[in-house]
Design a protein around this ligand. Structure first.
Ligand SMILES: Cc1cc2nc3c(=O)[nH]c(=O)nc-3n(C[C@H](O)[C@H](O)[C@H](O)COP(=O)(O)OP(=O)(O)OC[C@H]3O[C@@H](n4cnc5c(N)ncnc54)[C@H](O)[C@@H]3O)c2cc1C
Length: 386
């Protein structure tokens, strides 16, 4: 089984973290993955285990209850979790990079002190409310409004497909809302909306094709009143700030997708040895061996792409194009590998209790969430001046 990009090239602290999360994924996550998938239930005990390991605090400083690590450390953890259960991995990804990170990047001291210790400990989750029924890829088309009334914002509108927004431990959602008009353009700001605020409702969860153990809801806001100080970051910078969060998030999603792609390889190698047909292991057929070899090549190339984007980001260099490339190739690798792994497994690959069947259903969303494949191509094209 392939370990890392090149075995032994990672510094010890990263390698140790990845191996610890790998063990957790095998011992704690994998045994209950099929059950939560079948029951569409949120894996509270697994999330508590991840919280205990400090995974929700990985890239945050210790003063906010974090582990003092970095974004690459988060990516390594996501890759290991993504190998066995994408629902668990996206719960962590969304909790950290979409939930806590906007507050860390754009919050004032008071907001950070109030929210980050809860979020980095994993005792609480926050949602990232950007997408609306009429505004997905074109997220600037936001229709939700926030109007100042005295010292309060009054929020009206709706959000769609919001991860981690309706669990028992969800404590807030950050939402983009139109707060006015400037220069003939919508002024979009970001506002913190605590769970339980009157008028803010997480509607019943979606019935999804995959990521069944991940929590996803439509949200509605009807005259929701929150204090003016809940504005996150500068007024009018909400959309731009969220786009920055999505640039980073693409590296994390790419890491999760590489995990899925690699998980499909690992399962296929094992099965190709075990399963006999026509008097020999199916892996002895070059058609099967080549298929799995190509899967390994896809996972490896996608891993290189996300390592590169993460290295640029950590070095403080521009990384928008590399993050989009990583998200593009990793999500395609996951989808292609899931299809091929299912083929290697034959009829068993179509049975929901098998990990490859889950990857087959789960991987499609990787080509859609946090910017579709087409959006990544638009971003790469723009970076090329097209
Ligand atoms: C399970 C799940 C979890 C999610 N979690 C969150 C979350 O936590 N927070 C959040 O804010 N959002 C979340 N989303 C929303 C997700 O980011 C959007 O679904 C995604 O950005 C696409 O938007 P859309 O669904 O409106 O599709 P659309 O934007 O309507 O796109 C439909 C199709 O048209 C294509 N398209 C659109 N414009 C162009 C163009 N200019 N050129 C070429 N093709 C184009 C798209 O690529 C796509 O193929 C989640 C979605 C799902 C399914």
């Amino acid at each position: 089984m392939t370990d890392f990009l090149s075995t032994g090239t990672l510094p010890d602290e990263y390698r140790d973290l990845a191996l610890t999360v790998r063990e957790f994924a095998r011992q704690v996550v994998a045994p209950v993955a099929a059950k939560h998938d079948a029951e569409h239930s949120f894996p509270y005990a697994v999330v508590a285990g991840m919280a205990e390991m400090g995974l929700f605090g990985l890239p945050f400083p210790e003063e906010y209850g974090g582990m003092g690590g970095d974004y690459f450390a988060l990516c390594l953890a996501l890759e290991e979790l993504g190998k066995v259960d994408q629902s668990v991995a996206i719960t962590l990804e969304a909790g950290v990079s979409l939930g806590a990170m906007p507050i860390y990047r754009f919050g004032n001291d008071k907001q950070k002190q109030e929210w980050l210790p809860q979020l980095t400990s994993g005792r609480a989750l926050a949602g990232f409310g950007l997408t609306e029924p009429g505004a997905g890829s074109d997220a600037g088309g936001t229709r939700t409004t926030a109007v100042l009334d005295g010292d309060d914002w009054i929020i009206n509108g709706s959000k769609q497909f919001i991860t981690n927004s309706g669990t028992d431990i969800t404590r807030l959602v950050t939402v983009t809302a139109v707060t006015g008009e400037a220069g003939g353009r919508k002024e979009i700001s970001t506002i913190l909306v605590p769970a339980g605020t009157p008028g803010f409702v997480a509607e019943p969860a979606y019935n999804k094709v995959g990521w069944n153990a991940s929590d996803t809801h439509p949200l509605s806001f009807s005259d929701v009143r929150v204090p003016q100080e809940n504005l996150l970051g500068e007024r009018g910078r909400g959309y731009a700030n969220f786009l920055r969060i999505l640039d980073e998030g693409r590296i994390a999603i790419a890491a999760l997708a590489v995990g899925a792609a690699q998980g499909c390889v690992d399962e296929s190698v094992r099965y190709a040895h075990e399963r006999d047909a026509f008097g020999q292991a199916i892996g002895r057929n070059q058609a099967i061996a080549f298929k799995i070899a190509r899967m390994e090549a896809r996972a490896h190339a996608a891993r290189a792409a996300y390592y590169d984007a993460a290295a640029l980001m950590l070095a403080g260099k521009p990384f928008k194009k590399q993050a989009a490339i990583a998200k593009l190739v990793a999500s395609e690798a996951a989808m292609d590998n899931a299809r091929d792994a299912t083929q290697v497994f034959g009829g068993y690959g179509f049975m929901n209790e098998y990990a490859v069947a889950r990857h087959y259903r789960d991987s499609k969303i990787l080509e859609i969430g946090e910017g579709t494949t087409e959006v990544q191509l638009m971003l790469i094209g723009r970076e090329l001046g097209l």
